[in-house]
Design a protein around this ligand. Structure first.
Ligand code: HEM
Length: 145
């Protein structure tokens, strides 16, 4: 048995987990995909975020990638195998970018999902955003105590 086989839940167990989360939250792939279209429709035109999104060459490809990412994160489908940290490394993101991203994400999630669905997505989004921010934004030591 390989190491990854030890770490990955077996397909039946994974499918059962996915069904349980879907039942508890009302989330599913079509709802997540529609939410993401709306979220990126707003985010890419937002005055703070637009410059960082200006280099996206193929939005349909990005929506497909990000739908796989969110189905993996929120529904535990295990389909996303990318490297989010590297994808943002050249963007010079600041705490202001993350704050605005989360604000739009939260507003859009509350408009699309049940309260349980929005809470599930927001819990994941804020955790991942914090870890991306810690990895990507250099610490400003002049602001310490
Ligand atoms: C802070 C503001 C953010 C900006 C401006 C931003 C912008 C971008 C851009 C420009 C790309 C590359 C898209 C392409 O060229 O196709 C990207 C990819 C991606 N972003 Fe963000 N992002 C932000 C925050 C986040 C957060 C908080 C998450 C997760 C919760 C996230 C998840 C991803 C993922 C999964 C990808 C695809 C990586 C891959 O290619 O596998 N981003 N983002």
């Amino acid at each position: 048995m390989t190491a990854s086989a030890l770490l990955e839940p077996d397909p039946e167990r994974r499918a059962a987990l996915t069904r349980a989360v879907m039942a508890q939250t009302g989330l599913d792939r079509p709802a997540i995909a529609a939410f993401l279209r709306d979220f990126y429709g707003t985010a890419r035109r937002d005055e703070v975020l637009a410059p960082a999104f200006a280099g996206v060459a193929d939005w349909e490809r990005h929506i497909a990638t990000i739908t796989g990412f969110w189905c993996s994160v929120a529904l535990m489908t295990g389909e996303y195998h990318g490297r989010p940290m590297q994808a943002h490394a050249h963007l010079a993101l600041t705490p202001g970018h993350f704050a605005r991203w989360l604000e739009i994400f939260e507003r859009t999630a509350r408009a699309h999902f049940t309260p349980a669905g929005a809470a599930h997505m927001l819990e994941k989004a804020s955790r991942i955003a914090r870890s991306l921010e810690m990895g990507l934004v250099p610490l400003d030591l002049t602001k310490r105590g």
